[in-house]
Design a protein around this ligand. Structure first.
Ligand code: FBP
Length: 557
């Protein structure tokens, strides 16, 4: 294979582990704390998870543990969208497993959870792992979004685990995949199968976090990749002085990615979906945030700028959410009549006749391209796929209209030209930063130690992440303790709570204190590319989000 120089250099990088995992593995034992219970819905969760409810959180500590050296078979699954560092999770599990007992085996289930159901697996050996260490992607075994939910799928997963004589399954995924891991752990326990299920917190979105999980892996690298691109664009904007750049950023519902990139680059505007929803802003009020900056900057002759837009924005504008709901209802009730019409003009008239007055007015006010996307882009269940709506173009179009009105009223004399961008896939398979390389390797090693200690229904946890790696604290958090009940597809389901941006949290407050000056200034911050070699202040710095959150947590004691 033709490896690039950086690939080859990264293969040789030795990820840093917490001190507890640096010595002999049979001197590492899982010390149990007190029972960890969920914050809400305790009775319902206890009855859904009778065998895995109320487990204690555990910390890996020094202590004799000769049992950890038994020969084991572990199966690993990568689930959902890729996130930088996934291969290091596999390397961490592999190295832990082999250091404990060279006769142990690691299987990779191919293509996500479906690989476990369908028994599609591969043997992972040392030469294979060595070709993926410290590099991005999930391609070593592949990933997928299959959800194990039917009784037949659970039975098939158990059959595979028995056929392969597995002692443990490690599920690397986000909130939904780890919810699935919790259900699988409970199912195996209910069937009396001594097969541990351990999760690993993954997602670039950064929304799988809580008191015990300080961040999900991949967020660090992905935001650094996007921030480099945004910084470069900002510099281009300030050099060419002719475009406003509207940049949509991945992240699904949560705005963590946009917020982190804002800290790194200081754009003129960064919209935060959670604030828009909390303040029940109309689309017009959202656009006002952009227009204010465009107008102020035009007065100084600065007809350029940068606007960051979180991917999920549109779902958080209450009136748009309501409009989408109404369109969904109309189209599911009148699908055949709607499909019999062929032109956009007819489709639009059909919808307008049936919408409530405020929704019809809002629909009419949207640019035609967005109107079309709201009617056409539907998934097999009849839902509008909001992530495919070009929100960045919607914001541009509405900004243009508002500036035109302001121009006619004599309140704006600038020149508005623009470019739109969407950054998402660019960041999901980047070479993991040192932080993600170290964190993922530690998470994998910890997942092995939990599984080898016979613990099931846990999420691998590595904490104290703003300290040097040797001071990191490794352990496990019971999956059920992070759950609550939520309404999904018409019924209450247990799910791991998604962490959205908290408006009273340290990162948002810091952002809110600075954004007014960013709106006017062209003093963009230029983070540059991720540095893999060099002094630690260049290579190992975690995200601003993590630094701010940990500092606030320390203050609270
Ligand atoms: P996960 O939650 O699986 O980690 O996925 C993250 C993500 O990149 C989101 O930011 C984005 O909305 C989604 O995946 C895109 O999904 P797909 O890869 O199916 O296009």
């Amino acid at each position: 294979m033709d490896f690039s120089p950086l690939q080859s250099a990264r293969f040789a990088y030795a990820p840093k582990l917490p001190a507890i995992l640096r010595g002999s593995i049979d001197k590492v034992t899982a010390v149990k704390g007190s029972a960890a219970e969920p914050e809400e819905d305790r009775d319902r969760l206890r009855s859904t998870f009778p065998r895995t409810y109320g487990l204690p959180a555990v910390t890996l500590s020094a202590g004799d543990n000769p049992g950890i050296r038994k020969a084991m078979k572990i199966g690993v699954i990568l689930s959902g969208g890729p996130a930088p560092g996934g291969h290091n999770v596999i390397a961490g599990i592999f190295d832990g497993l082999k250091s404990a007992n060279p006769a142990s085996t690691l299987y990779g289930f191919r293509g996500g959870p479906g690989g476990l159901v369908d028994d599609k697996f591969m043997d992972i050996d040392a030469s294979l792992v060595d070709r993926y260490r410290n590099t991005g992607g999930f391609d070593l075994i592949g990933s997928g979004r299959t959800k194990i939910e039917t009784p037949e799928q659970f039975e098939a997963a158990l059959e595979t685990a028995k056929r392969r004589k597995l002692d443990a399954v490690v599920v690397v995924g986000g909130d939904d995949s780890n919810t699935n891991a919790a259900l699988l752990a409970e199912f195996f326990a209910a069937k009396g199968a001594p097969i541990a299920v351990v999760g690993v917190p993954k997602t670039i979105d950064g929304d799988l976090k809580n008191e015990a999980i300080e961040t999900s892996f991949g967020f660090d690298t992905a935001t650094k990749v996007y921030s480099e691109l945004i910084g470069n664009i900002a510099r281009d904007a300030a050099s060419s002085r002719k475009y406003w750049h509207f940049i949509k950023l991945m992240g699904r519902s949560a705005s963590h990615i946009a917020l982190e990139c804002a800290f790194q680059t200081r754009p003129n505007v960064c919209l935060i979906s959670e604030e828009i929803e909390a303040q029940k802003m109309s689309l017009g009020q959202v656009i006002d945030q952009v227009v204010r900056s465009v107008v102020i900057r035009a007065e100084k002759g600065e007809n350029f700028g940068v606007v960051l837009i979180p991917e999920g924005l549109i779902e958080f504008v209450p009136e748009v959410k309501f409009l989408i709901g109404e369109i969904n209802d109309i189209l599911s009730a009148k699908e055949h009549e709607f499909k019999a019409l062929s032109s956009f003009v007819d489709h639009k008239a059909f919808i307008l006749e049936r919408l409530t007055e405020p929704s019809a007015a809002l629909f009419e006010s949207l640019p035609q391209g967005i109107q079309e996307q709201l009617l056409w882009d539907r998934d097999p269940h009849g839902n509008v796929q909001v992530s495919r709506i070009e929100t960045e173009k919607l914001v541009v179009e509405m900004t243009k209209l508002r500036l035109k009105d302001l121009g006619l009223a004599g309140a704006y004399r600038g020149k508005f030209d623009y470019q739109t961008h969407f950054f998402g896939y660019e960041g999901r398979c980047g070479f993991p930063s040192n932080f993600d390389a170290d964190y993922c390797y530690s998470l994998g090693y910890t997942a092995f130690a939990l599984a080898a200690s016979g613990l099931t229904g846990y999420l691998s946890s590595v904490r104290n992440l703003t300290a040097p790696a040797e001071a990191w604290i490794a352990g496990g958090v019971p999956l059920v303790s992070m759950m609550n009940m939520e309404r999904r597809h018409g019924s209450d389901k247990p799910v791991i709570k998604k962490a959205l941006v908290e408006l009273d949290g340290a990162p948002f407050k810091e952002f809110a204190s600075m954004r007014a000056s960013w709106a006017e200034s062209s003093d963009y911050r230029l983070p540059g590319g991720i540095q893999y070699f060099g002094p630690p202040e260049l290579t190992d710095k975690p995200t601003a989000t993590l630094l701010l959150e940990r500092a606030a947590a320390r203050k609270q004691g």
